[in-house]
Design a protein around this ligand. Structure first.
Ligand code: SF4
Ligand code: SF4
Length: 300
C-alpha cells in the first residue's frame, strides 16, 4: 500500500488513475475479510503519517511520542527544502506493516489516514494567493487489489464517511496548510533554517516534547497565554497539536495569533547580549590560557 497525498502526484507510470474528481464520483470497491488478496496491501507499505495519526497511534500503544517515533517510524524528506515527514516503519528486514495480523489491521480503530483512504488518494492543493486548500481525489488501482472487482458501488463521499476520515482530515488541515504554504511561498521566503525545521518536526510529530517546550521558562517569558487556556492545551494532545499549528504559523510565517508579553522583546535582547558577552569572555580566557601554555616550561 502506498500513500498518495501530495499535490503534485506523479501520475505517469503510477497506479493512480489520472483523473481528478470530487466526492460525488462513484467508485466500485469493497474490501472484505475472505477476499483472495486479504492483507496484500499491508504487506508492502509506504505510509506517511499525519500529526493526528501519530497522536492516535501513540495513545493506543500507550507510548510517549518520542518512543513511538523511535520504535515505529522513519523520517523522510517531505519537501525538497528539507521539511521532514514521518512514515510507518515496516517489520525488520521486510516490507510488511508491523500492525498487520492474520485477522487484518491490529490497530484498526486508530489506523492512519492513508489506510482509511485507500484506494482513494487525497489531493490537497492551495493557490499562492489563497489561504485555504482545495481538495480533490483520485482513484488508486493496484493490480494486487481485488477490491475493485467487487460488486459494490458508492460515492467517494460515502466511502470517506464509512472509513471515518472526516475527523482525520479536519485535524490534519492545519498541518497540510503549513506544508502547502511553505511550498507555494517560493524563493521569497527561502530555505527554512535548521532550527525552524527542527521546530516543525517537534511541534508536528513529537507532541510530548512540544508540551515540555510550552511549559518551559523560555516559552513563558515570550508568550502571553492565560492560565485557563494553558491548562486546557496541556491536558489534551489534540488541542495541543492544534495550538502547535497556530504556533508554527506565527514563528514561520509571522501570522501572529498568540499574544506576546510586552517586555518579551527587551528580555530577549538582554539574553542575547548576555550570551554574546559570555562567548566573548570565554574566547578571551581561551586565548589567555593558550598564551600561558606557550610560555610554560615543557615537561622534562
Ligand atoms: S496500519 Fe493497519 S491498515 Fe494500515 S498498513 Fe498497517 S495493518 Fe494495514
Ligand atoms: S481488497 Fe485491496 S484493500 Fe482490501 S485487502 Fe485486498 S488489497 Fe487490501
Amino acid at each position: 500500500m502506498d500513500t498518495y497525498m501530495a499535490a503534485d502526484l506523479p501520475f505517469h507510470g503510477s497506479p493512480v488513475v489520472p483523473e481528478m474528481c470530487d466526492g460525488s464520483k462513484s467508485i466500485r470497491f469493497q474490501c472484505r475479510k475472505g477476499i483472495a488478496c486479504w492483507n496484500a496491501c499491508c504487506s508492502n507499505i509506504d505510509i506517511s503519517l499525519t500529526p493526528y495519526d501519530i497522536l492516535r497511534l501513540k495513545q493506543r500503544l500507550n507510548l510517549s511520542s518520542g518512543e513511538f517515533l523511535q520504535q515505529y517510524t522513519v523520517p523522510y524528506e517531505l519537501e525538497k527544502d528539507g521539511i521532514v515527514g514521518v512514515k510507518l516503519r515496516p517489520v525488520e528486514n521486510g516490507t510488511a506493516c508491523r500492525f498487520m495480523t492474520p485477522e487484518g489491521c491490529g490497530v484498526y480503530e486508530d489506523r492512519p489516514t492513508s489506510c482509511r483512504y485507500y484506494p482513494v488518494a487525497l489531493l490537497s492543493m492551495r493557490r499562492q494567493d489563497e489561504y485555504t486548500d482545495t481538495r480533490s481525489y483520485a482513484l488508486v488501482k493496484e493490480s494486487h487489489c481485488l477490491g475493485h472487482n467487487e460488486p459494490r458501488e458508492l460515492t467517494i463521499d460515502e466511502y470517506r464517511s464509512e472509513q471515518g476520515v472526516a475527523e482525520y482530515d479536519e485535524l490534519a488541515r492545519g498541518w497540510r496548510q503549513l506544508i502547502l504554504k511553505k511550498k507555494s511561498s517560493g524563493p521569497s521566503i527561502g530555505k527554512p533554517s535548521k532550527s525552524s525545521l527542527q521546530m516543525f518536526f517537534m511541534v508536528c510529530y513529537d507532541i510530548d516534547r512540544f508540551r515540555a517546550f510550552v511549559v518551559s521558562e523560555g516559552f513563558n517569558e515570550l508568550y502571553d497565554l492565560d492560565m485557563e487556556e494553558t491548562i486546557e492545551i496541556l491536558g489534551d494532545d489534540t488541542r495541543l497539536m492544534l495550538f502547535g499549528f497556530r504556533f508554527l504559523k506565527q514563528v514561520l510565517f509571522g501570522e501572529n495569533t498568540i499574544p506576546l508579553k510586552e517586555d518579551a522583546a527587551t528580555k530577549r535582547m538582554e539574553r542575547y547580549r548576555d550570551k554574546l558577552q559570555k562567548m566573548e569572555q570565554e574566547a578571551v580566557e581561551r586565548r589567555m590560557a593558550e598564551q600561558d601554555g606557550m610560555y610554560e616550561e615543557p615537561d622534562a
